[in-house]
Ligand binder design. Structure first.
Ligand SMILES: Cc1cc2nc3c(=O)[nH]c(=O)nc-3n(C[C@H](O)[C@H](O)[C@H](O)COP(=O)(O)OP(=O)(O)OC[C@H]3O[C@@H](n4cnc5c(N)ncnc54)[C@H](O)[C@@H]3O)c2cc1C
Length: 488
């Protein structure tokens, strides 16, 4: 065992994505010594992150980590390990949950938050300000589609989509047509790196270590009920009195369950039995709508549309131009036909909240390889959340039917099990240790010194994208931790 390095920080944060970036920013400004440990490297600024061939066709920037599903089949979740986490790649649609989405809804298997919308509101405000959130004008093709959609059925309602994009993106065609699923080379997207970490990068009380994977949480010398250090992949140990899990919903729960297993606390428990459970990732379908007119909108992703009969669902345009839409056309179709199709098409992204089910979970199994690394398991089955599946199917049918009425033919592609862009909820926040993992302040029940600030805590996935709520949660947990430490 390596000796522990002396007192490098007041707080160690594991991961630099939405939750980790936001928490680091707030804690550094509060004067605490913060050390961020990030498994990945900073992304290059050479334009490769905008290259369709390298990003989409070759998947060059995606994780290659092998996983298995609940039946033991091989799986490679679409995860990103780099400075800024998934926020470097996100579609930058940043929305607040509605107050209703903080409440539980038993008939939909949706759990409630331990806090209400009003508690998060000041942090939503701050996150929006730091991310530079703005709306963009609805462009002509989309305006025509949405106006005709609500004319055929008034239940469809559209409003401007809040976006974490610089207004300057409209002057850069390559960036404006490659931001949804791509990383900006010109820093035109607000994300965890640009909008949070860079603002504190030069402060003496902030340290960032890239290419640094945490493999284990370690107890403090005072005993098992307090976490006080981490072990890195190379064996080095670093200690701090406060440790924040921010490795993302597929990774943070595995660090915690490894710790519990080592400390003999992984047997069925009255508390912490929810670690890794309640995985949610939205029920998602990509839809391509085609009509005879050629589409020339630039940004495209400017509006969000909902339907009065489907309260857990929403639809956003994909920020994809014709060339990118052509990549969604099956490979059997000649590329020249696919490109022609793409020029006449508009892409949409339909998402429905998935309810919680304890068996939808992330865990580790017996060693899968000869090097002894445990198998990573993602067991997620929409069959366990029938209300979500039934709403998503009806919502998709209604959207396709009404597009058809306005002369657009549509094709759909459901997102598969490996689509983990919106994975959340594997260490949920709640009021009670018996059915949640962290409390309203992000503190893990029964283990001192350990907090969770990433998307793992989300009790609900909501009808909208998750990142703004994760940024806001990271700011709130850090704010409250800093206040408590100040009073000591
Ligand atoms: C293509 C795409 C499009 C998306 N579009 C949107 C959108 O439009 N709107 C929206 O709200 N959300 C969107 N999302 C989702 C959003 O990006 C995530 O919800 C959010 O980034 C999750 O934040 P997080 O802090 O939980 O995890 P992440 O942002 O994934 O951060 C986790 C970090 O931890 C690091 N890490 C992992 N394991 C370890 C370890 N053992 N040691 C050290 N570091 C570790 C990772 O490398 C990563 O940097 C999108 C995601 C993708 C991939």
């Amino acid at each position: 065992m390596s000796p522990r390095s002396n007192d490098p920080a007041d707080v160690i944060i594991i991961g630099s994505g939405a939750g980790g970036g936001a928490a680091a920013y707030r804690l550094v400004l509060a004067g605490l010594r913060v050390l961020v440990l990030e498994k990945g490297a900073p992304l290059p600024h050479d334009g490769s992150t905008l290259d369709i061939q390298r990003v989409v066709a070759q998947g060059e920037f995606l994780s290659k980590e092998p996983w298995i599903d609940g039946k033991g089949n091989a799986l490679c979740p679409e995860e990103h390990f780099n400075l800024g986490g998934k926020t470097k790649w996100y579609g930058a649609a940043v929305l607040r949950y509605s107050p209703r989405e903080f409440e539980s809804e038993a008939a939909y298997s949706a759990r409630g938050w331990p806090i209400g919308h009003a508690d998060l509101a000041p942090y939503y405000d701050e996150a929006e300000r730091l991310l530079g959130v703005r709306t963009f004008d609805c462009e002509p093709d989309l305006q025509r589609i949405l106006a005709r959609l609500s004319a055929v059925n008034q239940a469809w309602q559209s409003s401007p989509l809040p976006m974490a994009l610089s207004s300057g993106i409209l002057g850069n065609r390559n960036e404006a047509t490659h931001f949804d699923g791509f990383a900006s080379a010109a820093d035109l997207k607000g994300d965890a790196d640009i909008s949070f970490l860079r603002l504190v990068a030069n402060r003496p009380n902030f340290t960032l270590r890239n290419n640094t994977e945490v493999v284990e949480l370690l107890p403090a010398s005072s005993g098992e009920s307090r976490v006080g250090a981490v072990r890195l992949a190379g064996g080095e140990e670093l200690q701090a009195p406060n440790i924040l899990l921010a490795a993302g919903a597929l990774h943070s729960p595995r660090l915690l369950s490894r710790y519990l297993a080592k400390s003999g606390r992984s047997a069925p428990l009255s508390d912490l039995g929810q670690v890794g459970r309640n995985l949610k990732k939205h029920v998602l379908t990509a839809l391509i709508a085609v009509s005879p007119s050629r589409k020339s909108d630039l940004l495209r992703k400017t509006m969000i549309t909902t339907h009065a009969d489907y309260p857990h669902s929403s639809v956003q345009p994909l920020g994809f131009d014709g060339e990118l839409i052509a990549t969604l056309v099956p490979k059997l179709v000649p590329r020249i036909v696919a490109r022609l199709f793409g020029r006449h098409a508009y892409g949409f992204f339909l998402q429905t909240e998935d309810g919680s089910h304890a068996d939808n979970r992330v865990s580790e199994g017996p060693a899968a390889t000869t090097n002894g690394a445990p198998a990573r398991i993602m067991d997620y089955d929409v069959g366990r959340i029938p209300a979500s599946v039934s709403e998503h199917r009806a919502f998709t049918r209604a959207f396709r039917r009404d597009l058809f009425r306005l002369g657009m033919l549509s094709f759909t592609q459901p997102t598969g099990l490996n689509g983990t862009a919106h994975a959340v909820g594997t260490l949920i926040a709640g009021k009670d240790a018996r059915d949640a993992v962290v409390d309203a302040d992000g503190a893990v029940f029964g283990i001192a010194g350990l907090y969770v600030v990433d998307g793992s805590i989300l009790p609900r996935s909501s009808r909208v994208n998750p990142s703004l709520s994760i940024f806001a949660w990271g700011l709130r947990v850090a704010d409250r931790l800093a206040n408590r430490l100040r009073q000591k």
